[in-house]
Design a binder for this molecule. Structure first.
Ligand SMILES: NC(=O)c1ccc[n+]([C@@H]2O[C@H](COP(=O)([O-])OP(=O)(O)OC[C@H]3O[C@@H](n4cnc5c(N)ncnc54)[C@H](OP(=O)(O)O)[C@@H]3O)[C@@H](O)[C@H]2O)c1
Ligand SMILES: [Zn+2]
Length: 328
């Protein structure tokens, strides 16, 4: 068995449900034959990390080092690693079986990216294309693939009218991916201050949901709606009124309340509602390639890891434009 560089990995963990992370370290699992050890350089804070540390979904485990938009350099590898060399810049998303919330065969919980290092099977690491600045790569590892995968699966194409609700980490990337696929994109937001930046990111229309006239003018106009908001479970009946015949709403955001939908609203418009979780590893790599080719760039605010609690507060309160990235 190869030795890793880190005998103990220092990170920032939530010790109980809430919005606080504090220094905490753990002994990593032995470096397996096909494991890579990654010295983390940048880690994005996803809306799901906030749900997770607050225990919004009811299955968090503590201590928990969250973080599943991980980018760094390979500093050690097992003898069986085939695809990576020491020094490669790689990314790891949420699906390292799982990067967070997982359990290894010995029952030990996996820990995530708000830490100096992580060990994963090489299968779960992806090379970051040279055209993408490593600081901008983390949001593509979860938010990017989460929005791009259902666009590919559902065949979003040139000329489609695509709405994106909730312009945060996911939403600001959804706008860019849909525009790059040739769609006419409508950003739908409860934050009027985002109007100008959304226009710069390629939308043809910005709808401020607090302006009833603007929201009602969306009536029956969208072929697709990607719901990226952290909140808004009670808004689906209104969303359906915006949908054209035989259109699709794709749920990406994960509020903890149930959706309430009148069946007639769906039946009479022929609108379907589906959900979509992240995307597989080959889709993650396609997302990175597509982003590199079409110059899709996450807009980030950088925070040193020591300011993790301030960064998480900015994410939770909606101050971040549009993804907080921690520097390790
Ligand atoms: N499906 C999946 O596999 C998957 C993957 C990753 C994340 N997610 C989920 O997707 C959601 C968004 O994640 P994210 O990383 O994009 O989060 P984020 O950066 O915090 O963005 C969330 C956006 O939701 C909107 N929002 C509406 N009402 C809000 C409220 N009361 N409080 C806060 N925000 C509100 C805001 O957009 P406006 O200001 O424009 O209204 C905000 O920018 C989360 O629920 C997350 O768990 C799902
Ligand atoms: Zn995520």
């Amino acid at each position: 068995m190869a030795a890793g560089t880190f005998s103990e990995i220092r990170g920032w963990a939530a010790m109980k449900p809430g919005m606080q992370a504090e220094p905490w370290s753990y002994t990593p699992r032995p470096l397996g034959s096909r494991d890579v050890e990654i010295k983390i350089e940048f880690s994005g804070i996803c809306g799901s990390d906030i749900h997770l540390i607050r225990n919004d979904w009811g299955f968090s485990q503590y201590p928990q080092i969250a973080g599943h938009e991980i980018v760094g350099k390979v500093v050690a590898k097992g003898p069986g690693v085939k695809h990576f060399e020491l020094g490669d810049t790689v990314g790891v998303g949420a699906i390292g079986a799982y990067t967070i919330l997982g359990k290894y065969p010995d029952g030990v919980s996996s820990q995530g990216g708000f830490a100096e290092a992580v060990r994963v099977h090489e299968h779960f690491a992806s090379k970051i294309p040279a055209a993408i600045d490593p600081a901008h790569a983390p949001p593509l590892m979860c938010a990017g693939v989460t929005v791009f995968a259902p666009m590919v699966k559902n065949g979003v194409k040139r000329g489609d009218r695509v709405g994106v609700v909730g312009i945060g980490g996911l939403g600001h990337l959804a706008i860019q991916f849909a525009a790059a696929l040739g769609a006419e994109v409508v950003a739908i937001s409860h934050s009027p201050s985002k109007r100008e930046q959304c226009m710069e990111l390629g939308v043809t229309q910005f709808v401020d949901t607090s302006n009833r006239e603007e929201a009602e003018a969306l009536r029956k106009s969208l072929d697709f709606l990607f719901v990226c908001s952290t909140a808004g479970a009670e808004k689906y009946n209104e969303f359906i009124t915006w949908m054209a015949c035989e259109s699709q709403i794709v749920i990406l955001g994960l509020p903890s309340e149930p959706l309430k939908v009148y069946p007639g609203e769906l039946v009479f418009s022929g609108t379907s509602i589906s959900g979509s979780q992240i995307g597989g590893l080959s889709m993650t790599r396609k997302t990175l390639e597509f982003a590199a080719k079409h110059n899709i760039r996450p807009m980030i605010e950088r925070f040193p890891i020591a300011k993790i609690n301030e960064a998480m507060e900015h994410v939770e309160s909606g101050k971040v434009r549009y993804r907080a990235v921690l520097e390790l």
